[in-house]
Design a protein around this ligand. Structure first.
Ligand code: GLN
Length: 278
């Protein structure tokens, strides 16, 4: 652009959204979130200002990153989950709206939980959402020190760091469940993607494979975790596991073989997404 004035915020969002259409199913929303981030204001305030204000120069560079498939959550550095903002980095899975069903089920079934365990906590989104909504104390585990650092930061930001602890722990190692104690509520969103699965490019290229892939059928981690859950639960404890939407049969079978009763919860698109084990 030479003599002409810079485009308005509204024009820039429109152009970016046209451009991101090939990369993203939420092109317009992505453009709006990136613009709100650059302006340092809420998206709702931005929409009111959009018609008259000029677009900031930085916007273009961030839209370039999105056009190369980088997730919006990485560009902004955070993702909203169950009404709160969570820091995310390439070391953590980006919290999905579909996973909110686990929090919902937890609060419905175990709002009175005293101790909550989250296996593979990542950014801490599941654990911290439940702890923030209850009086519970929480323990989060992960095999990634970098993920645990993010979870710590999120606990600090939410002001609940005094009620949560984090342990570096890899459930592929013998005796992993021995020293954790017992919990009224266990949450777990393990890796469950089949090795050969086609994932969206933004997921495959930018999210941690250690949080996604779980062997040829995507079941490796359930086979390790589920048989240990009884030793981690109090008598009236409940475990809530996220599953891939085609895995309810296979994971239920693993759970029944371990002596659990199993109930199913569905996600935002009405697909099977969580199993409740009692
Ligand atoms: N739901 C995620 C995806 O579809 C996978 C999460 C996981 O493996 N725990 O990319």
């Amino acid at each position: 652009m030479t003599d002409a004035a810079r485009p308005t915020v509204a024009d820039a969002i429109r152009a970016a959204s046209d451009r991101l259409f090939e990369t993203s199913e939420t092109a317009r929303l992505d453009a709006e979130l990136i613009m709100a981030h650059v302006l340092g204001i809420a998206r709702s305030d931005m929409l009111l200002r959009a018609m008259r204000d000029e677009a900031p120069a930085e916007f273009g560079a961030l839209v370039d990153r999105r056009a190369r498939c980088e997730p919006v959550a990485h560009i902004l550095g955070h993702q909203e989950f169950y009404g709160r903002e969570f820091l995310v980095t390439p070391d953590t899975l980006i919290p999905r709206g579909d996973s909110e069903v686990l929090v919902e089920a937890a609060l419905e079934l175990k709002r009175d939980a005293e101790r909550v365990l989250d296996l593979g906590t990542g950014s801490g989104a599941l654990l911290l959402s439940v702890v923030a909504e209850t009086q519970a104390e929480g323990v989060g585990t992960d095999r990634s020190p970098a993920a645990l650092a993010v979870a710590h930061d999120n606990a600090d930001r939410l002001g609940i760091e005094d009620r949560v602890r984090f342990h570096l722990l890899d459930w592929r190692e013998e005796g992993w469940a021995d020293d954790l104690g017992r919990f009224d509520l266990i949450l777990c969103n393990p890796p469950y993607v089949e090795e050969a699965a086609q994932l969206d490019r933004d997921v495959r290229a930018f999210e941690p494979h250690s949080a996604l892939f779980a062997g040829p059928e995507g079941l490796d981690d359930y086979r390790i975790i589920i048989p240990q859950l009884r030793n981690l639960m109090t008598d009236r404890g409940v475990a809530i596991l996220e599953i891939g939407h085609e895995q309810s049969g296979a994971v239920s079978e693993i759970a029944r073989a371990a002596g659990f009763e199993v109930a199913l919860r569905r996600d935002l698109a009405n697909r099977p997404r969580a199993l409740i084990l009692t």
